[in-house]
Design a protein around this ligand. Structure first.
Ligand code: 3PG
Length: 306
């Protein structure tokens, strides 16, 4: 039984060691493909794999087509928009994620971006503090909840909107649940995005919505670039020079953002939210355990495709 880790953005070594221990002690073989760059290398490596552990790596029909033995793909992380679920189902492959395992890491990075924004990108000028600012958490899932927990330490005034999470769940954490997404943006000084990339959410963060933010508003994106309507955000930032955009997912229009909005736009060069040893260990080992449970006990917990 061959388990392939295919991660263009590698896990920390300590996480790979932990995954290896899980896989080998179950009597399986572990194979490692890191920083592969070209898809052809992935296609070659996956040919005889029974199981696959990935991160944001694109797993599409072409990958499933060349992997006849493949039974399970585990996305070591939360968002599985990089995996073609219907193709997986067509090939009778189970797809899982590892929800919650990297969410503290992503939440901490959101605060790194927030502090950087309110301190004027550390340019030496006088900035402001997070304390007392209104923070809007857009989607109250695992990352959103961690953001709320950390925001309490900063003494922020915390709001959240989630179309699928009951108001009571949000409010029992001491967070104000607002009734609409528009209310979140018009109320909050800083909005932190934690929505997945779905047909419904793609391009949904647009001119009208972000345009409702108060003067000096900061939009923080540690979610997905696809949820941003980049053309409209550029137009809005042209019209409003008080707005800042901080992102952990480099926009397609990065050059335009960085040339036009110097001092109020920042993007990490590579998505860094989940790039910590702790998150890699948590998500990687959870993925390995889920694979062992799947083969040994038929456990399909965290399955995301039908
Ligand atoms: C996730 O969906 O889990 C995060 O976006 C992290 O993605 P990564 O594993 O590619 O860093």
């Amino acid at each position: 039984m061959k388990v392939l880790i295919a991660t263009d953005k590698p896990f920390a070594k300590i996480a790979v060691d932990g995954i290896r221990k899980e896989i080998e002690s179950a009597g399986f073989e572990l194979s490692l493909l890191e920083k592969y760059g070209e898809k052809s290398k992935l296609l070659e490596a996956v040919k005889d794999a029974d199981a696959l552990i990935v991160r944001s790596d694109i797993i599409d029909a072409e990958v499933f087509d060349v992997a006849p033995k493949l039974k399970i793909v585990v996305r070591a992380g939360a968002g599985y928009d990089n995996i073609d679920l219907s193709s997986a189902t067509g090939h009778q492959v189970c797809v899982m994620n590892t929800p919650g395992q990297n969410s503290n890491a992503v939440a901490e990075l959101a605060f790194g971006l927030m502090v950087m924004a309110v301190r004027n990108m550390y340019n030496g000028t006088s900035g402001s503090e997070l304390k007392g600012k209104k923070l809007g958490i857009h989607a109250y899932g695992n990352v959103g909840r961690n953001v709320a927990r950390i925001a309490k330490g900063f003494d922020m005034d915390i709001y959240a909107y989630d179309a699928y999470c009951p108001k009571e769940t949000i409010e029992k954490d001491g967070v104000k649940a607002v009734g609409s997404v528009e209310e979140l943006y018009s109320t909050c000084d800083i909005v932190s995005l934690h929505i997945p990339a779905t047909t419904e959410t793609k391009n949904s963060i647009n001119y009208t919505l972000v345009g409702q933010m108060p003067k000096g508003g900061v939009l923080v994106n540690t979610a997905r670039k696809e949820v941003i309507n980049e053309t409209e955000l550029i137009q809005l930032m042209e019209e409003r020079n008080d707005l800042k955009y901080m992102t952990d997912i480099m926009p397609a229009a990065h050059e335009t953002f960085s040339s036009r909005f110097a001092g109020r736009y920042f993007s990490t060069p590579k998505k860094m939210g989940a790039q910590t040893a702790e998150a890699n260990i948590n998500a990687g080992i959870a993925a390995a355990k889920q694979i062992v449970g799947f083969f040994k006990e038929g456990c399909e917990c965290f399955r995301v495709n039908k």
